[in-house]
Ligand binder design. Structure first.
Ligand SMILES: [Zn+2]
Length: 375
């Protein structure tokens, strides 16, 4: 049995402190490694922390790992980064490989156990090459059924809320309500600031900062391998690699190449403002000769059934309503918070152990295939 508490922390500041301490381990391999800290947002002490080192001799390649793009998901991400540093840097070759590790792209969300930023923005819908091209009205279904997604009153008794949401979503399974939220999940929505899956009206400070790192890495290195850690999507207790179509490989090819069972390829037409898509577009436009592999890695929680999807939507909608409108009902608050944790940061030992196990599998197969670790 693993000592899961060694990896998984209970609060943002504790997780950040542990991350900063990794600097000395990294310096034992890359003496020039540095910690960069960037304050984000209104509250002074929310920071994005970056551990960065270039290669000793030539910058042939870099491993880039990011966590907490969706705040609360950063606890698992930070656990995996720690696991990686402790178990794998020993096998890397610092003469031609650099390293760039990022803690909490959305620090406010991680601190407050929310997925979105303090501006209610889903950061993975906020990356655009040209910010004036942010789509304003791409989600007509959402607009039509916005009474379901927009909080208008405090949360009442949880049973009542669940029943009514379940009915409006499942009765309309093939109709507008369900379609609206499903579409919003992929496309984001850019109209309703208090609604779920909001992609923002302008670029978030976290995105501006991360874009500058993406550009730095493309500038400084010939090959960039990026693993972005997330939770919730895919089969329960398994890792799923999520790759942009920009990568040009099909699912079967990727499965064979990386030796992973769960691989999803998504197209930029169906997903707007995604960070890895942006990374590929930037490479194509300004650094066409460089090699980039950038993918999300998701640790599944609820699973992939229709029931699981419905549970996910109900959880997301109620958590958003609770945040904006609150509740007088103690039981409702506890239930929503508990269910939100179950979705993005489950507290059960089995899940945490499976994250460590699946992360080892993903790290080993991807980094070997990419030549960051010896084959
Ligand atoms: Zn995520």
């Amino acid at each position: 049995m693993e000592a899961v508490n060694h990896y998984f922390k209970g609060a943002y500041e504790e997780s950040r402190k542990e991350f900063r301490h990794l600097l000395s381990l990294i310096q034992s391999k890359w003496p020039g490694a540095k910690l960069y800290t960037k304050f984000i947002g209104e509250e002074e002490d929310n920071t994005i922390d970056v551990l960065y080192a270039e290669a000793d001799e030539s910058n042939r390649q870099v491993l880039f790992m990011t966590s907490g793009e969706h705040g609360i998901e950063g606890y698992a991400g930070a656990a995996v980064i720690r696991l990686f540093v402790e178990e794998w840097i020993e096998d890397m070759d610092p003469s031609e490989t650099g390293i760039c590790l990022v803690h909490a792209i959305n620090p406010w969300g991680m601190r407050n156990f929310r997925r979105v930023t303090e501006n209610n923005v889903d950061l993975n819908r906020n990356y655009f090459l040209n910010p004036s091209a942010i789509p304003r009205d791409i989600n007509s279904m959402y607009e039509k059924e916005c009474h379901i997604f927009l909080p208008e009153r405090p949360v009442e008794s949880i049973e009542k809320e669940k029943t009514s949401l379940y009915e409006s979503l499942s009765k309309g399974m093939m109709k507008e309500g369900y379609k609206g939220i499903k579409q919003a999940k992929g496309m984001g929505q850019f109209q309703f600031e208090r609604g779920v899956y909001f992609g923002g009206k302008e670029e978030e400070p976290s995105v501006t900062y991360m874009k500058s790192w993406q550009e730095t890495l493309l500038n400084r290195f010939d090959r960039i391998v990026h693993m972005d850690w997330h939770t919730a999507l895919g089969p329960s207790n398994e890792v799923t690699m999520v790759m942009s179509k920009e990568n040009k490989k099909h699912e079967e090819e990727l499965m064979e190449w990386y030796g992973l069972n769960n691989i999803q390829v998504f197209s930029p037409e169906k997903v707007k403002g995604d960070s890895t898509n942006y990374f590929y577009e930037l490479k194509k436009e300004k650094f066409p000769s460089k090699h980039l592999t950038s993918a999300l890695f998701e640790f599944g929680t609820f699973g992939t059934s229709r029931q699981a999807e419905l549970r996910e939507f109900i959880t997301i909608i109620l958590e958003n309503q609770l945040y904006w409108e609150g509740t007088k009902n103690h039981e409702s608050r506890e239930w929503i918070r508990g269910e939100f944790m179950n979705m993005f940061y489950p507290q059960d030992r089995n899940w945490k152990e499976s994250v460590l196990m699946e992360a080892r599998k993903a790290i080993q197969s991807v980094l070997r295939a990419e030549g960051i670790l010896p084959r």
